[in-house]
Design a protein around this ligand. Sequence first.
Ligand code: NAD
Length: 646
Amino acid sequence: MTVTVERSGSVAVLTIDNPPVNALNTAVRARLVGLVAETEADPSITAVVLRGAGKLFVGGADLAEFDRPPEEPTLPEVIRRIEAAGKPWVAAIHGPALGGGLELALGCHHRVALPGATLGLPEVTLGFIPGAGGTQRLPRLVGIEAAVPVIAERDMLDSARAARMGLLDRIIEGDLTEGAVAFAAALTDCVPPASQRPLADPGVEFWDRAEARIGKAAKGAAAPLAALRAVRQGVEQGIREGLRHERETFLALKASEESAALRYLFRAERAALRPADLRGVAPREIGLVGVVGGGTMGSGIAAAFRNAGLRVVMSERDATALEKGLGTVRALFEAAERRGLITSEEAEARRAGLSGCVGLEGLADCDLVVEAVFEDLAVKRAVFADLGGLCRADAILATNTSYIDPRGIVAGSVSGDRVVGMHFFSPAQIMKLVEIIPLPETSAPVLATVFDLARRLGKVPVRSGICEGFIGNRILRRYRAEAEALLREGVPFADIDAAMRGFGYAMGPFEMQDMAGLDISFLNREAARARGEDVPEAPGDLLVRAGRKGIKTGAGWYDYAPGDRSPRHSTEAARIIAALAGADRPVAAEVIVERLTGALAAEGAAILAEGIAASPADIDLVQVHGYGFPRARGGPMFQKDRKQNP
Ligand code: NAD
């Protein structure tokens, strides 16, 4: 039975029971339609309470049905019938009411909830909009200003806020079903349903502001602005036309490439957190984390762990470096407090859970130590040799190396079963990707623990085999090489950057080099040349030799005004590069995009063939969460697959 029925006096209590999330699949919808008729026909029933079994009220539509044409009865039809019922329906919300689940509740005449429930319409994150009246009924219940962020900007509500807005009739403490039944039994007449309530147009200025804000945040994705348009349509043309337009937009977007890409990533992200081979392997308790190195990465990693509630000890070489590293982390908490993201008590608590030590002895009690010292094999080897002797035998030792083979870091000093690569991305407190790099000996509990930790940190963990640069930096190298190949063919670098921005990247490959600084890879090449290796001159080398190291020197591929990170055309850079590339031979933006995303996919295919990545989706997760590949396009492997199997 997908929806069970019980009686409590004159109130029928319907429980949607469709594990795991009470998705509104065809069977549930059909049963609800049947139950509307049954409860209407039964004169002994005066009201209906609708609730969910398990943890959620209703998690939404059934995504598994999304790739097929909609089946009758559709959700709008179910909701229309509930709304039209002569007896009041009361949604009793104990846990998340999301997407179609919230739309179902909006179709009821009343809503009550437990204090901890969450309500939201996250459809735009999957590339479509609410398709069963959410864009029409919510504004009529709570007003346009409050409704637009929920519908188009992923604003999730808790019970308290939902009640203040007028979305909930009542918050019920204690037994929700009992409270809801009492509430329903006391109802004397039917209030007008949401769709029949009046709605005032907030005026053109409101719409313009909302459009600018939502358009900017959407980064090229279509759904958020379409959601706003759907709300506006219902305001300007009335509920009938609003519902029709909403459904039409929903159906069109659900069939779009964008939605296919976003649903694919959604599934991949969920799968990434629970690798099949680690099911049933219990993660270890981790309470205290050591971070060795308080530089760019160490400070970000320390902040990421503290933000997730783990206590952190930072180790540095000397007191000055330690103070600097700890100061960087504290400044991140202060910034979060200033921006209103955390309370001052929370900021204080985060500072209190962070301590430091000079040398490694202070890390002896840690459950996990993440090493983030210089990218130098000898330095890393010395750190691991010391940690191996110092830390408890069950403590996990992780390295954040970008390129060095972790087997070489521990060879002869530490047993590999407790060692793993945890490759964070800069800034580590923000970037979601963590590459997890097992050694051949890494034990299953150690691996299960770092995947579990990644989940606690809100990260997306992707397992990588061992190769130079692992998945992400190896692909980045190929991408940069292809950008330079285009450059040498005479394609102006500003055109290359513009094409990739047009595709959805925040910046193009040369702008990215300016941001990161051109000098480090230049120095690496110089060091290799000094060792007698034959390293050809890279375009970036010419710029560095002219003193152009990127934003930090006010000049790189572009010029930068002091305090302004926006790139401006540089005649000097153009002249330097022309010496290498000759006359301009521009090509269409699509050709540039095709070449560069093709390079990503080609290296991805090689990585798959070598078994470095377990699936194409893992490669796409790396690109989207670590390297700025536009989310709404799914990833290079997804794109390649859609081209080959349209
Ligand atoms: P960094 O130079 O900013 O910081 C390294 C820190 O380690 C310095 O503060 C240094 O004082 C400290 N240190 C060196 N030896 C130490 C020791 N024996 N004990 C304690 N502290 C010591 O470097 P970073 O950019 O933070 O990089 C650190 C590691 O992370 C490298 O392996 C790098 O490849 C990797 N990584 C860097 C990035 C990035 O974008 N910067 C991204 C991913 C991974």
